[in-house]
Design a protein around this ligand. Structure first.
Ligand code: NDP
Length: 325
């Protein structure tokens, strides 16, 4: 079977498409014929070697996949069953989805929810799943469509595109932030009510600024997240899941202690199974057909290395899915 294999030579990560045998797959109680995987920010860091995602080489990357069970020692999964996987360190510490087959622990799998096929599941992928968890974090903070406009940063990326589509479908007013003016039409088609330029958040934040946002989903971190926190309405929630603009957070306690702002971190990798199942069920129900049409670029395994470079250079819009066979 074909797999994208990462190796390290003289400190550089090299990616090549290889023929490997099923016997070489890592230990696990379920083997899956992978039909679709995708390229998330973390995959791009891993494949290019620009982030320290992988420590043990050789590694098959791919932090998510959808496929059909081909062998199972787990009574919950039968041969022929459609499944998906995101997270749990797959594609980081355990061989992942950018291959024709994967062998994993059955605990990590999610049965494909009704309403989704395998391709759609990977248009959503880790990015869309994370966007749903961010929306659920806003809901947990008591944020409703009546709470005011919801800001989404990195809006034309994978998490951002799905967040815009989900929030719009749930009746929220969505303000999308993008560094790419040329993507304004795309973001309005996904359901954004307004599009603001990334540059308008570039001034250093004062501890408290004019209140503007009922909620926010942030994939950028760094100075931009600090600026957003200073602009949040009284009693609002920010769901922070990313670091596309940096991992530091130069903020003050003022918005938290004077405006009751909640900063909720969101992790998709170790999300417990019950919340996972709930998020996937909601994704299948909420996302409109137009999201899958507007947000998808399809590539093959051989295209992964150059697409990973493009993604890190901020040249990819929406989601990239990989047809693995
Ligand atoms: P994408 O590359 O698809 O999207 C990121 C978007 O952020 C870009 O499209 C761009 O949007 C914007 N952006 C890029 N660089 C910068 C910058 N320097 N400053 C400000 N904005 C920038 O990545 P994903 O959507 O897959 O992931 C986004 C982030 O979320 C990543 O940091 C990723 O690691 C994180 N993530 C976290 C997860 C978790 O479990 N916590 C799970 C999934 C992702 P535009 O051009 O429109 O401005």
């Amino acid at each position: 079977m074909k797999a994208l294999v990462l190796e390290q030579q003289d400190g550089l990560t090299l990616a090549s498409l290889r023929e490997i045998s099923t016997e070489q797959l890592p230990a696990g109680n379920v083997t899956v014929d992978v039909n679709w995987s995708s390229i998330n920010y973390k995959d791009a860091l891993a494949v290019t070697g620009k982030g320290k995602i992988i420590r043990d080489f050789p590694m098959v990357p791919g932090i998510d996949f959808a496929g059909t069970v081909s062998a199972s020692e787990d009574p919950r999964y039968q041969v022929g069953q459609n499944v998906l996987l995101t997270g749990w360190g797959v594609g980081e510490t355990h061989w992942g989805g950018l291959a024709e087959q994967a062998r994993v622990n059955g605990d990590w799998l999610v049965p494909l929810p009704s309403g989704l096929d395998q391709r759609k599941a990977m248009v959503i992928g880790t990015a869309g799943f994370t966007a749903m968890l961010c929306v659920m974090a806003l809901e947990d903070g008591g944020i409703t469509p009546e709470s005011g406009e919801i800001l989404v940063t990195g809006a034309s990326g994978g998490v951002g595109s799905a967040a815009v589509a989900l929030l719009h479908a749930l009746g929220y007013q969505v303000c999308a932030v993008s560094g790419r003016q040329q993507n304004a039409e795309y973001l309005l088609s996904l359901g954004a009510n307004f599009v603001i330029e990334r540059d308008s958040f570039s001034d250093a934040p004062r501890p408290l600024e004019k209140q503007r946002w009922g909620g926010a989903i942030d994939v950028v971190g760094g100075d931009m997240l600090a600026k957003i926190i200073a602009q949040m309405d009284y009693g609002s929630t920010v769901a922070a899941c990313g670091l596309a603009g940096g991992y530091k957070l130069p903020t003050t306690v003022m918005p938290f202690i004077l405006r009751n702002v909640r900063l909720q971190g969101v992790d998709s990798v170790m999300t417990p199974p019950a919340r996972r199942a709930q998020a996937w069920k909601r994704l299948a129900e909420i996302l409109p057909e137009s999201f899958y049409q507007l947000a998808t670029t399809e590539i093959s395994l051989a295209d992964v290395p150059k697409t990973a470079e493009s993604l890190l250079n901020n040249k990819v819009t929406g989601r990239v899915i990989v047809k693995t066979r």
